[in-house]
Design a protein around this ligand. Structure first.
Ligand code: WT7
Length: 645
């Protein structure tokens, strides 16, 4: 299976920006002559003051820090909008496809985007938002989400987007953690024909916290909202009161750009901080090389702006490159499993970027829904968020892409800002399921548990040996946690939390997380977060959560729950616990299985042996390994006997 190679199609080999020779030469130069390489690349952006220095980072505790282009001055919205006005003002910047196929699409040109973003920025200023202030966005996939993001960057405010699927509790935690006093939301968000009152969720979140004093509400559906006097403002009312011009604020390259909360193996979600110059360059440069867009292209990244994929590859990367970016409000399978391919045809999409979980769900519906559409406009397909199984890869390639389109399987993380290991369409012969080769400037390595670097064809823990411009800069409010989480296990390198394999041809294959993070439908979830939610329930004394292989979601959530003395394990209680977790975190954290158990497998020192819990959740009882160190080995028999499956 791994010998299966798809050569670069002739059409790509001849015309792509990055050929195999160019990749090989530039990759070496990006490592050997890194500073010069990156100062050259920085010229892709428009700077008020170009940087004279590139990398000044250190992964060592004594002088720890990540810093790029430190003396450069620029503005992100000016790079994404203003600099395109003279050459492509009338070109569509954002092409918006609504949830319901019978509603009209919206086409926002760069000139219109400029006007919208300036006005939005002036609304924020009128509300007292200043450089460095945190603004929380809790919005559906509507153009105003992009306007609001770019408006923040225009005035130097730091946006923190919270995915609309998170609960009021989760939203409240993210608002207080970064002490954000203003939230931008909408009346409702509609996906798959169902509308959720985002504004009501903000109201519920506001009751839990004290820092919030302004809520700007975008009217998206006209659905009912309760406006609170003195706190809530309609966006359209506020916009009518401000001017239409707002000059971009000159920002230092290392000024904070945005925060995005993401799950780790321990504790509450952390605010990943990205800064202005390095992040924008990374988003723009990776987008340009990996998707290779041309004038006239319509590029579609089918993610949500609530995740990093939406930040880098719906908004910042494509707009910095002057590319028409399609923004889709809905879900892949509504009203029919042909919806994605119909959108491709309707808008003549040239590059499509989506997640394996969506492909697996659509593949299950059969080829008919794909075949009823043309898809002749497609030139390139992309995959992101989780390992893609070879079966889904081949279906994407052979059925969706009619065997014509290369697939870029891009490995990266919220922390990395953009692509790290990925094929390049004109340079890389493809192996189904392999993320392939490192992007320019990325120096991956494999280490064993003791941190010893492994050479040759082998498997191990994936680390990155040097900094790159798009790397996160800190955990908001907790710089020590940044160091502790990523740089303490293996001194001197960045630890990704992923395992990987390098084959005899030097291809990199990501094998999945090696920590207590699970990947559910391409969404990252900390098992500790789900456990904390469960133990908040009055009936629960202890909980342990693990991932298990799931056909569609990639991984499902399996929870082992111990009840308080006197509590009776019933089907009703199980339902109640599922609803409880959904309310605490959001629907993406819905447990797939809950097993009631009188006890958890623990060592004599009280540590839960998760290895055993993972095996039992997988139904893999033969390979439980050594259970002799358990305080009570009999627990295991009970767990096996009562497995939920
Ligand atoms: C984790 C990061 C990447 C942006 C969206 C998710 C997994 C991501 C791939 C891929 C195998 C992948 C990793 C990574 N992952 N892309 N192409 N192949 N695994 O960002 O929420 O920060 O999650 O997603 O496990 O660590 P994220």
């Amino acid at each position: 299976m791994t010998s299966d190679i798809y050569p670069v199609p002739a059409s790509w080999a001849d015309s792509a920006t990055i050929s195999a020779e160019r990749y090989a030469a530039d990759y070496v130069r990006s490592l050997d002559d890194a500073d010069r390489f990156w100062l050259e690349q920085a010229e892709r952006l428009e700077w008020f003051t170009p940087p004279s220095v590139a990398d000044q980072s250190s992964f060592h505790e004594a002088d720890f820090g990540v810093r790029w282009f430190a003396d450069g001055v620029l503005n992100v919205s000016a790079n994404c909008i203003d600099r395109h006005l003279a050459t492509r003002g009338d070109q569509v910047a954002i092409l918006w496809e609504p949830d319901a196929p019978d509603r009209p699409a919206r086409r926002i040109t760069f000139t219109e985007l400029h006007a919208e973003v300036c006005r939005f920025a002036n609304v924020l200023k009128a509300q007292g938002v200043r450089r460095g202030d945190r603004v929380t966005l809790y919005l559906p996939m509507i153009p105003e989400a992009a306007f609001a993001m770019l408006a923040c960057t225009r005035i130097g405010a730091i946006h923190s987007i919270v995915f609309g699927g998170f609960s009021p509790e989760a939203l409240a935690g993210r608002i207080t953690d970064c002490d954000s006093r203003l939230v931008i939301t909408a009346d409702e968000g509609c996906r798959g024909g169902k509308c959720v009152s985002l504004k009501a969720n903000v109201d519920a979140a506001a009751r839990l916290i004290t820092c919030l004093d302004t809520v700007i509400v975008v009217r998206a559906t006209g659905g009912p909202v309760a406006m609170q006097d003195g706190r809530d403002i309609w966006y359209h009312d506020a916009a009518a009161l401000v001017g239409g011009d707002c000059p971009p604020e000159p920002m230092n390259a290392e000024d904070p750009l945005f925060l995005l909360y993401t799950s780790g193996s321990t504790g509450a979600p952390k605010g990943v901080l990205h800064t202005t110059g390095g992040y924008l360059l990374w988003a723009a440069y990776t987008h340009a090389c990996v998707f290779d867009c041309r004038d006239g292209d319509t590029y579609w990244c089918a993610a949500d702006v609530g995740w990093v994929t939406g930040h880098s590859y719906i908004v910042y990367g494509p707009l910095a490159n002057g590319v028409t970016t399609l923004m889709y409000e809905g879900v892949p399978n509504w009203p029919t499993p042909a919806r994605m391919w119909q959108v491709v045809d309707r808008h003549q999409v040239t590059q499509l970027y989506t997640a394996p979980t969506a492909l697996r769900a659509l593949m299950r519906e059969g080829d008919g829904f794909v075949m009823q559409t043309s898809r002749a406009s497609l030139r390139l397909l992309g995959s992101v968020g989780e390992p893609i199984n070879p079966e889904a890869w081949r279906w994407y390639h052979d059925v969706v892409g009619d065997g014509r389109c290369p697939i870029v399987d891009t490995w990266w993380q919220t922390e990395t800002g953009g692509h790290m290991i990925t094929p390049l369409p004109g340079a890389t012969p493809l192996k189904p399921g392999a993320a392939s080769f490192p992007f320019f400037g990325v120096e991956p390595a494999l280490v064993d548990a003791a941190g010893v670097v492994l050479e040759g064809a082998t498997e191990g823990n994936l680390v990155i040996a040097r900094s790159w411009p798009g790397q996160m800069r800190t955990v908001w409010g907790d710089h020590a946690r940044f160091f502790q989480t990523y740089f303490s296990a293996y001194p001197g390198v960045y630890f990704t939390g992923d395992g990987a394999r390098r084959d005899t041809d030097g291809y990199w294959w990501i094998t999945g997380r090696v920590d207590d993070v699970i990947n559910v439908s391409g969404h990252r979830m900390g098992t500790a977060e789900v456990e904390s939610a469960l133990v908040l329930h009055r009936s629960v004394v202890e909980a342990a959560v693990v991932g298990f292989a799931h056909d569609i979601k990639g991984q499902g959530i399996y929870a082992y729950v111990t009840l308080n003395a006197g509590e009776v394990p019933t089907a009703a209680l199980r339902k109640d616990l599922v609803a409880w977790v959904r309310a605490e975190i959001g629907p993406i954290a819905t447990p797939d299985a809950i097993q009631f158990t009188p006890g958890l497998p623990k060592t004599r020192s009280g540590k839960i042996m998760r290895r055993i819990l993972r095996k039992i959740a997988e139904g893999d009882f033969a390979a439980l390994g050594d259970t002799s160190t358990l305080a009570d080995p009999a627990v295991v028999d009970d767990l096996i006997a009562n497995r939920v499956g």
